[in-house]
Ligand binder design. Structure first.
Ligand code: 4AD
Ligand code: MG
Length: 481
């Protein structure tokens, strides 16, 4: 079947041409006007049904959610809000949709409601827009790294190592006859299990990525990662996608430059290539904010916020400087934080991150040189320390409305320093012999970072809950399908 996509027809001026369209009915008015959507664009095509020559049985079945095929003529539209429409000669029902039972109404549903109907929410304009933007951002990421000569390295999803050392992993085992092998005590015997050892779903491809970078020079990963952290927040998922570039012969400065360039590149790509979607999401957000109290209104619209991010250098400050700012913010704004920062060494809560970005600097911020104590074992130990305590060449990028969007560092390339740190915090060196070999044979300075893909999509779409920017969200007590 040769069909015409709605996207193409809406731009066409070939009036009088015979066309075939297929799509889902959004609304059907006056027994005559179908608002038809085929997913190719957010806009609907108006199909005018020749109701006098269409059987009552068919007219009855043109209901919201039904799939239909219409054959007719492309004509200039006289109605307002559209330039073309299709005057249908015949309408065929491809798939009925019982109006009584179909959960989606031709009205605006809340995002909470749509999360409960997650299998059908794809059919709403909002989710169409979100997933189109998500696609464009994924494409832009590959385009950015490809243009810079990076190699896309596929790191494993099943792994034996805990890259972040945070113990938030999902275990992998087999279900042999409904049960994995067990020892006398009833514990899973991983030695006899599929891999002959215990394995997990990856929390990060970084350690394997470093192996690639120390040979290919510049690599990036882009794949699903898994964290069994019990965080029921609007920023955490149990399954999320991460982009992790790793660059040989790069230091912290190079790493920050790369991350800032990448973020600006992909945001610009989305603005240039998803104008219709971002415009729709912008309007959606403005409508939502109109209903909120004045004080909750953000000062910038979504589009202004994205452009602002492109036009300004990210603020780069050290953790120590950030703590000073947060301490100073206390006296007159005591109720600002649930967790007050009293001491150097404390980890930042997302409310602190958002204070720095949204209230203090009012732009994206890169925080560097965190205390070693609150960061991962592989980060490079600084030679100049703050407050007499060890800091590391870490960098976190904080975004408005999000908090941490990127986490990265220059890596500890000195074998003795790395081993000493692993001993200190009890990371078994023998299990990571393969990682340490990069430091044993031809070690060199290198750096990399991880971008949480869904947090980027949240930022660019203006959605407020991370569960609304991934097609099939996984979070505690939720894995519907
Ligand atoms: O800061 P994280 O834990 O860093 C790493 O995993 C490093 N190995 C990255 C690297 O240097 N190659 O995670 C990186 C980013 C965070 O900044 C955040 O954006 C995102 O991943 N992230 C999550 N996104 C959604 N749900 C979660 N549970 C997330 N945990 C981290
Ligand atoms: Mg982090």
């Amino acid at each position: 079947i040769k069909r015409n996509k709605v996207r193409d027809l809406l731009k066409s001026t070939e009036f009088g041409k015979e066309v075939i369209v297929m799509g889902w009915v959004k609304t059907f008015r006056n027994n005559q006007f179908i608002a038809l959507n085929d997913g190719s664009t957010l806009s609907n095509l108006q199909v005018v049904v020749d109701f006098e020559n269409t059987s009552g049985d068919i007219l009855k079945k043109i209901t919201t959610g039904a799939a239909v095929k219409a054959i007719g003529t492309l004509v200039e539209s006289v109605g307002k809000g559209q330039t073309v429409e299709v005057k249908a000669n015949t309408v065929e029902i491809l798939g009925e949709s019982d109006a009584e039972k179909y959960p989606l109404q031709p009205k605006k549903h809340s995002l909470e409601f749509l999360r409960e109907k997650a299998h059908l929410r794809f059919r709403t304009t909002t989710f169409n827009a979100v997933f189109k933007v998500r696609h464009a951002l994924a494409f832009a990421i590959h385009k950015f790294f490809n243009e810079r000569g990076f190699t896309y390295l596929h790191t494993p999803i099943i792994t034996a190592s805990d890259a972040e050392g945070a113990g938030e992993m999902f275990r992998v085992t087999t279900l042999e006859l409904g049960n994995p092998p067990r020892d006398e005590q009833g514990n899973i015997n991983f030695k006899e299990d599929f891999f002959g050892r215990s394995t997990n779903l990856t929390v990060s491809g970084q350690l394997e990525g470093e192996l690639g970078a120390m040979a290919l020079g510049e690599i990036y990963t882009f794949g699903p990662t898994f964290r069994a952290e019990n965080s029921n927040t609007t920023r955490h998922l149990a399954e999320f996608w991460m982009i992790e570039p790793e660059v040989a012969f790069a230091d912290l400065e190079d790493n920050m430059d790369l991350a800032e360039d990448m973020l600006k590149y992909v945001i610009k790509y989305a603005l240039d290539n998803c104008a219709e979607e971002i415009e729709f999401l912008n309007t959606r957000l403005l409508d939502e904010e109109k209903n909120k109290a004045q004080k909750d209104r953000s000062e910038l619209s979504l589009i202004e916020k994205l452009n602002f991010c492109l036009d300004n250098d990210f603020e780069r400050i050290t953790y120590t400087e950030a703590i000073e700012i947060l301490k100073r913010s206390k006296p007159n704004q005591k109720k600002q934080f649930n967790y007050l920062i009293d001491e150097w060494g404390a980890d930042l809560q997302s409310e602190h991150e958002r204070y720095l970005v949204e209230k203090h600097f009012k732009k994206p911020v890169i925080l560097t040189n965190y205390p070693a104590e609150i960061k991962s074992f592989y980060m490079r130990q600084d030679d100049n320390c703050a407050e007499g305590k060890q800091t590391v060449s870490a960098m976190d990028i904080l975004f408005p409305g999000i908090g941490e969007i990127v986490g990265g560092s220059q890596r500890e390339e000195r074998l003795e320093r790395l081993e000493a740190r692993m001993d200190e915090i009890g990371i078994p060196k023998d299990e990571l012999y393969w990682y340490l070999d990069t430091r044993r044979f031809g070690t060199a300075p290198h750096a990399g970072f991880g971008l949480g893909f869904e947090r980027l999509v949240v930022f660019v779409t203006g959605m407020t809950n991370i569960r609304d920017v991934i097609p099939f969200p996984r979070y505690p007590k939720n894995a519907e399908f």
